[in-house]
Design a protein around this ligand. Structure first.
Ligand code: B3K
Ligand code: ZN
Length: 873
């Protein structure tokens, strides 16, 4: 269905539904092309709605077969049906039962919204508005219903039939070769949480007994033959269940919990009640096929979807403007989980890297929007880094401001007060205000304003009085002053200045309430180096004049590991920004390299994961964000290559030594745990710098690693390093890897992505070739993201080529996908989000391509919305 004029939906226009649907009975007879859906809906007027209002059910691409009210056929003039809606002009003003029959073609559903088929498996995706592609419904999150679902299918085609809730009945349909299963979900839920799965699936199972004594049958279902690869996901489910009980006091509330992996999926996964459906990329893992990063993602996403059972499902959202209510909170919860499972400091650095690379970029460009947007044309375009990641940062700040005890009590209160309800951001904050007695009105503004606040800080030391004053000023264009928790401390030439005191700093945190403020520390005999925003305590851009020597003091002595990492990053950033402004690629790493050398000697072996992060340079996108205007991606790439080379030369011997000391013992069993992953990360960071300094030697080492590696992490790192060194070794490596994994689509995705990111002109031709690879398919979102997404998001010099050919490649893909899968097309198009930062020639090329997309007739609402805002902002 195409919509010509994107209609804007506004938060201020929210009003409750005129009708409610208390119960839904579905009978779904699966068929590849003619699935029949019968929905029996117990409808009643909403006392909060308009009396006598028509009943306007949503639809999308639906074909109505029959409709009855209380068992009677409706007169033709009593209703109006179209693919996009079913309206009863004058429904009874009392409870009534509506029976609606629709027919679907799941095999023709290329949008992957509603009921579709993935590799022969029937599955569904309903968030945000896919349920209306299954049956006519009040498809809005504040209409909560109790669902009973009967699923019927050919037994041979779909031996496994899964639904929401608990299984109640199953059996054969005699004489037909078909069978059925009935599922009942006692928890009222909005339609976006509906799901079913039917197919030939293998499974791994376990049981978990909740703290309330409920025995839960847990299953992870995957393509038959891949069961072994589901073990890690199953274990992650159990760990998530236990953790949510221990940390948030939340117990699971059904007798079964199922996870299903499918290979065609628009995003990462979906938290349907009792039946989480996953992109198989975030379920399947084996030592042969998955990297350490894959294991970490699986753990995090399994946890995320599971945690939604409370933050999202039991307490859901009143409307889609409140999306951050479930997403920001659930990201916060999964981040806490991963931090507890792994190294908290290392995890925090990873979170902030993502936040700055994705959310800060979004917030600085034309697609910037508040964490709680006030309007949208297409809600599926608002599953953004801002809603998710900045949404999580707001929850984290709330915890910092209130302290552990009040935060915990507020969470309890929120769940208790809103259980079974569709809530708002106001409800969330009200729970914390109630338990803490605090006024959170100013804090609430964090949800309302786009843009990243700037925090400018100046320090002044007075030797005579041994006092040190820090002055703060915040600035958010067109926004108010936001309460900012600033975790901080002072560091001296030989360590933390623990004697320094300031009564306005409590538990290491100063809260900047207004636009500007100043605080003074006493007992500061020497000029200190301030360590600000420890743990990145607020999502802001810190501006403070500080020389490299002071930053390197922080790297040495700051007790806060996040700020130690950040200090090293900021020195690197300074060097890279300066070098990007010159045409000279030779760089001196100087004191930076010396500081890294000392750091590695002292600490690399005791915390390799942290050391790997300290050693890694800011990405090209980070540097571009720092430069912010007139950006030349080639200059940035040259500078970054130059610094890698300089560091590699300065640290070469040490790095080689580290690689030897960190090598796994031959034959040692593989473990994806954080400590082992950290050792691999540091070895590979070392190899990267060695290869930058001496490509020939590096290529030889990488080629050997590729052959001998026992893990996908090491193999892929070697391939990545080789991919940057043109020559025969690279092509041998690429071909060999492609052949070795020809039957492993998820591994080929990594192979596509590495090749798409090669910063060379020939990459466009390589991508054109790879589009013809037998494993590539435009219909599979993972393949498209791996080849085209990795190019657009991860290859700045070639995507933003001066001749515009990189932009054109993306535009061709967007055009090709717009008719079949507009959500993926729109997502790819967000790669243009930074086009205005580029130097004028490249910016003009980007604008030309965007305008051409905008003028395509019958553009989907998804793409029309993104292209419109990208050009307007
Ligand atoms: N809630 C889903 C995302 C749905 C995206 C719809 N376009 C996954 C998640 O955040 O858990
Ligand atoms: Zn989520």
């Amino acid at each position: 269905m195409r919509t010509e004029t994107p209609q804007t939906i506004r938060l201020e226009d929210y009003r409750p539904s005129d009708h409610l649907i208390d119960r839904v009975e579905l009978d779904i007879r699966l068929d590849p092309h003619a699935t029949r859906v019968e929905a029996v809906l117990a409808v009643r007027p909403n006392p909060e709605g308009v009396p006598g209002a028509p009943l306007a059910l949503d639809g999308d691409d639906l074909a109505l077969v029959a409709v009855e009210l209380d068992g009677q056929r409706l007169a033709p003039d009593a209703y109006a049906a179209s693919p996009s809606g079913l309206i009863l002009h004058a429904p009874p003003q009392r409870p009534f039962v509506l029976r609606v029959e629709t027919r679907l073609d799941p095999s023709a559903n290329t949008k992957l919204m509603g009921l579709y088929r993935s590799g022969g498996v029937y599955c569904t995706q309903c968030e945000a508005d896919g349920f209306r592609r299954i049956t006519y419904f009040l498809d809005r999150p504040d209409v909560l219903s109790v669902y009973t679902t009967r699923i019927e299918a050919e037994r041979a085609e779909a031996p496994v039939l899964l639904g929401n809730g608990n299984p109640v009945e199953a059996g054969d349909v005699p004489g037909t070769g078909r069978h059925f299963a009935v599922w009942h979900d006692p928890h009222p839920k909005p339609a976006y949480l509906f799901a079913l799965v039917g197919g030939n699936l293998g499974g791994v199972r376990t049981t978990f007994t909740t703290m309330e004594g409920r025995e839960v049958a847990v299953g992870v279902h995957v393509e038959p033959g891949k069961e072994e690869r589901a073990a890690y996901a199953l274990d992650a489910v159990v760990r998530s269940m236990r953790w949510d009980e221990e940390v948030f006091g939340r117990a699971y509330d059904l007798d079964v919990f199922n996870v299903v992996a499918v290979s065609d999926f628009n995003m990462g996964a979906m938290e349907n009640k009792g039946l989480n459906i996953f992109n198989d990329k975030y379920v399947l893992a084996s030592p042969e096929t998955a990297t350490d990063a894959d294991y970490a993602h699986i753990e995090a996403i399994i946890a995320h979807e599971y945690f939604h059972n409370w933050s999202g499902n039991r307490v859901t959202c009143r409307d889609w403007f409140q999306l951050c209510l479930k997403e920001g909170l659930t990201v916060f919860r999964d981040q806490e989980f991963s931090s507890d499972m792994r190294s908290r400091a290392v995890h925090r650095i990873g979170e902030v890297r993502t936040l700055r690379a994705r959310q800060f970029t979004e917030d600085a460009g034309p697609l910037a929007h508040p964490v709680r947007p006030r309007q949208y044309a297409e809600i599926n375009n608002f599953y953004t880094a801002t809603v998710y990641e900045k949404g999580a940062e707001i929850v984290r700040m709330l915890k910092t401001l209130l302290g552990e005890a009040d935060f915990g009590a507020g969470m309890e209160r929120y769940f208790a007060d809103n259980d079974g309800r569709a809530a708002t951001v106001e409800d969330f904050l009200a729970a914390f205000a109630a338990v803490s007695g605090r006024d959170l009105a100013a804090f609430a503004q964090w949800y309302e304003h786009p843009g990243t606040p700037k925090l400018a800080v100046e320090g002044r030391h007075d030797a005579a009085s041994a006092r040190y004053t820090l002055s703060f000023r915040q600035d958010l264009p067109n926004g108010p002053a936001l309460p900012m928790p600033i975790a901080l401390g002072l560091v001296g030439a030989s360590g933390a200045l623990d004697g320094a005191v300031c009564e306005r700093v409590r538990d290491g945190v100063f809260v900047l309430e207004g636009e500007a403020d100043a605080i003074t520390f006493a007992n500061v005999p020497e000029p200190p180096v301030p360590s600000l925003l420890r743990g990145f305590s607020a999502p802001v851009r810190l501006e403070m004049a500080m020389d490299d020597a002071d930053r390197l003091t922080l790297l040495r002595h700051d007790p806060d590991p996040f700020n130690r990492w950040h200090a090293a990053q900021s020195v690197a950033t300074r060097l890279l920004v300066d070098a990007s402004a010159t045409a000279d690629a030779r760089m001196e790493a100087g004191p930076y390299a010396e500081a890294l050398a000392a750091f590695l000697d002292a600490e690399a072996l005791s915390d390799p994961a942290f050391a790997a992060l300290v050693l890694s340079l800011p990405g090209e996108g980070d540097i571009a964000n720092e430069i912010a205007r007139n950006v030349d991606p080639d200059a940035i790439h040259r500078a970054r290559t130059g610094l890698r080379r300089a560091l590699g030369s300065a640290l070469g011997t040490r790095l080689a030594g580290l690689r030897d000391s960190l090598a796994d013992a031959p034959g040692a069993p593989f473990s994806p745990d954080a400590a082992s992953a950290g050792r691999r990360a540091l070895r590979n960071a070392a190899l990267d710098l060695i290869a930058a300094a001496d490509p020939e030697a590096g290529a030889a080492l990488a080629e050997r690693q590729l052959t001998e590696a026992a893990t996908m992490t090491d193999r892929l790192a070697a391939l990545g390093i080789l991919s940057l060194i043109p020559g025969a070794a690279r092509e041998r490596a690429v071909d060999g890897f492609g052949e070795r994994y020809a039957a492993e689509p998820l591994v080929l995705d990594k192979w596509f992505a590495i090749q798409a990111a090669i910063p060379e002109e020939a990459t466009l031709a390589r991508i054109a070739r790879l589009k013809g690879h037998p494993a590539f398919a435009m219909t599979n979102p993972n393949r498209v993201r791996a080849l085209i997404g990795a190019f657009a998001m991860g290859n700045p010099t070639q995507f933003a080529r001066a001749d515009g050919a990189g932009f054109a490649l993306l535009a061709d893909t967007v055009r090709a996908l717009d008719g079949t899968n507009p959500q993926i097309a729109a997502k790819l198009l967000t790669a243009f989000g930074s086009w205005r930062m580029l130097e004028p020639g490249r910016a003009a090329a980007a604008r030309g391509v965007l305008e051409a997309i905008r003028s395509i007739p019958n553009l989907s609402r998804d793409v029309a919305d993104i292209v419109g805002r990208t050009l307007a902002g």
